[in-house]
Design a protein around this ligand. Structure first.
Ligand SMILES: Cc1cc2nc3c(=O)[nH]c(=O)nc-3n(C[C@H](O)[C@H](O)[C@H](O)COP(=O)(O)OP(=O)(O)OC[C@H]3O[C@@H](n4cnc5c(N)ncnc54)[C@H](O)[C@@H]3O)c2cc1C
Length: 294
């Protein structure tokens, strides 16, 4: 199937883009890499009458380091993160996450702003940017806003963006030298969306003790609900210990709590999914423990 007919605009400035978007009303949509929108249009699940292509706007590709981190233009492609063609302020997490997205053809065109605006909780950027507490900067004809990614993602394919609002930049804070990160993507084969996606950020109890227990730890899980989940109960189970103290099976109970499920009432499919998430989180933890500091 092919998409129905649409009007096509390719602005060259952000001002022009937001004016076109506002003028198109409810029937207008921006397109960045097109790696999510085009398949959806081809399946006729979305039928925008007007498409505003952002790839002609150089300002949306700009990336700059700041005193606190970096601001990545919304149309920065996954490939530019993967190959470190843009500064990495996360000591490897951004390139690592980008390299796991789809296939090279997807990464060459797909963009960080498009992935966040699409809000698929099985995708890499929503969970990674939530864990990093990143902020999106937006523009519309009414002005600008700064929205934490944790507040942007409201559910499956649903965000806090207004219909006439554009993500212009994604701001990521620099990770402290003492912060360790780990990530694990569970998927059936490389190139597929995650069945489970775990991201760990944390500090050891004693900074110099590479094998010491976790003190401050944040665990995030993608592909488990309609948006990335912060795993507070699982964090409490991990704090003060290491992955060696915890078999994945011991994470099932706190994970059930974090995902709002009663373990005694789960059918075999739901139990399998929880066990999968437990293994994912455990592997992300181990990856973080294996990471060198600095
Ligand atoms: C076969 C295949 C495999 C894939 N595998 C993965 C995977 O493993 N992991 C993963 O994370 N992703 C995967 N993807 C998705 C891919 O990463 C997409 O590129 C990404 O989700 C969307 O980015 P895009 O730039 O292509 O956005 P588009 O498809 O152009 O747009 C997506 C949505 O975002 C909106 N939008 C785009 N840019 C902006 C903006 N700046 N401001 C406001 N709204 C905007 C559009 O209007 C549209 O609603 C896969 C895609 C395919 C086709």
């Amino acid at each position: 199937m092919k998409a129905p007919a649409f009007r096509y605009h390719r602005p060259t400035t952000v001002d022009e883009a937001v004016e076109l978007l506002a003028g198109a009303g409810d029937d207008g949509k921006v397109i960045a890499g097109g790696q999510s929108l085009v398949p959806i249009m081809n399946m006729r699940l979305a039928e925008p009458e007007t498409l505003i292509d952002l790839t002609g706007v150089d300002a949306l590709r700009a990336v700059r380091e700041t005193s606190t981190g970096a601001r990545y233009g919304a149309t920065t492609t996954h490939m530019r993160f993967e190959h470190e063609l843009v500064p990495d302020v996360t000591r490897g997490l951004l390139p690592y996450a980008a390299a796991g997205i789809g296939y090279p053809a997807i990464r060459n065109r797909g963009t960080v702003g498009g992935s966040l605006a699409h809000s698929d909780s099985s995708a890499e950027w929503p969970t990674v940017m939530s864990a990093l507490d990143a902020t999106v900067h937006t523009r519309s004809v009414r002005g600008t806003r700064a929205v934490p990614v944790r507040e942007l993602l409201l559910g499956f394919f649903t965000t806090a963006l207004e219909p006439d609002e554009l993500i212009t930049e994604v701001e990521v804070r620099r990770l402290a030298a003492s912060t360790r990160w780990g990530m694990y993507k569970m998927c059936r084969k490389p190139g597929e969306f995650a069945q489970s996606l775990g991201v760990v950020l944390g500090e050891r109890e004693r900074e110099r003790d590479a094998d010491g227990p976790w003190q401050d730890i944040e665990l995030w899980l993608g592909a488990a609900a309609d948006r990335p989940l912060r795993l507070s109960a699982t964090e409490a189970a991990v704090r003060g210990g290491t992955s060696a103290d915890l078999e994945p099976a011991r994470l099932v109970e706190p994970l059930a709590q974090d995902t709002g499920q009663d373990p005694s009432e789960l059918d075999s499919t739901a139990r399998y999914a929880l066990q999968l998430h437990a293994v994912t989180v455990h592997r992300a933890l181990r990856a973080a423990e294996g990471m060198k500091e600095g």
